[in-house]
Design a protein around this ligand. Structure first.
Ligand code: ADP
Length: 302
């Protein structure tokens, strides 16, 4: 049916209020429908490329244009794996968006999670000549360790991919009095953080702890109403300012063609955001083109 029709009723009576509610509902439905349509179009677009590659290679092999060798089969396998990742990511994203993500909650030590991930990436870090530091500690949070691991694998993996050889990466853990809301931290704080970070690692934690402002006792005691903040800072290529607001959108990539080669589905940060929100947390990004990026994740302790 036509979702754009509106009801106009003059006055302040019950019927007029009902009409306003109806119009609001209509607008919401129209927006939802548009989101759904875009989503279907995006998915179709993302599926088309790997499927075209797979079909093209298979046809060439079948027609004898290409030999059937490990070298010709490898790209077919790669693209198939990409499709599998894509379908898995889409499923997780839709579950999380619907609030139906199964979560196995338990006490989670984020420092342990982060250290495990940096160990898993150790070879890649070394190959790229990247220095990695994990600084600070924080109380345990209640969460799903697998989901949280997935979030930090994505954030740390992205930092790795987008930091040129010789660069550095730092993961800071701290307890804070409150999560940082959007726009609450002035831009300079990150740039200060990045500056300090570039000069030398150790001081960064202090700068970061200073961000929580008046709350002087945050690091000295375990607070029931506290938050844990994990900050991932890289000295990499950064993200252009005009792209920052889209960075958590599904399928959004700053460099479309290169990102595809990296094997990313473009869903990593969208999933990270949904997973963190499912934990009652907040995820934020600040970045400066050519200087580096800073992802902050705040999770409630209880
Ligand atoms: P992808 O699967 O492409 O990595 P993500 O959702 O994880 O998708 O990230 C979205 C985009 O954000 C990436 O394609 C990249 O352009 C940009 N990005 C993410 N993290 C960083 C970072 N640390 N430095 C620079 N760019 C980044």
């Amino acid at each position: 049916g036509d979702l754009t029709s509106r009801v106009e009723v003059k006055g302040n009576g019950d019927i007029a209020i009902l009409a306003q509610d109806f119009n609001r509902m209509t607008e919401q439905l129209t927006r939802n429908e548009e989101v759904r349509r875009n989503m279907v179009a995006d998915i179709a677009h993302e599926l088309r490329t790997p499927l075209a590659v797979i079909l093209g290679k298979l046809e060439s092999i079948q027609e004898g244009v290409l030999p059937s060798t490990p070298e010709t089969i490898l790209p077919i396998q790669d693209e198939t794996l990409r499709l599998i990742r894509l379908v898995r990511d889409l499923q997780q994203l839709s579950l999380a968006e619907a609030g139906k993500l199964p979560m196995a909650l338990q006490a989670v030590n984020l420092r342990q999670i982060v250290e495990k991930i940096t160990e898993q990436f150790a070879i890649e870090f070394e190959e790229r000549g990247l220095k990695v530091d994990v600084v600070g500690d924080a109380p345990e949070v209640i969460g799903d360790p697998d989901r949280l691991t997935q979030v930090f694998v994505n954030i740390i993996g992205n930092a790795l991919l987008h930091t040129p050889p010789g660069g550095s990466l730092q993961v800071l853990l701290a307890e804070t009095g409150k999560p940082v809301e959007e726009g609450e931290i002035p831009d300079e704080s990150t740039h200060r953080l990045l500056d300090v970070f570039r000069r030398k690692g150790e001081k960064t934690q202090k700068t970061e702890a200073g961000n929580s402002g008046e709350d002087k006792n945050t690091t000295s005691s375990v607070r029931s109403d506290g938050w844990v903040r994990v900050t991932v800072v890289d000295s990499g290529e950064g993200i252009p300012e005009e792209e920052l607001e889209h960075i958590f959108d599904r399928f959004y990539r700053v460099d479309k063609s290169r990102e595809r080669e990296n094997g990313g589905t473009g869903l990593g940060l969208a999933i990270a955001k949904e997973f963190i929100q499912a934990h009652g947390g907040v995820i934020q990004v600040e970045s400066k083109k050519g200087e580096g990026s800073c992802f902050r994740i705040s999770l409630p302790i209880k």
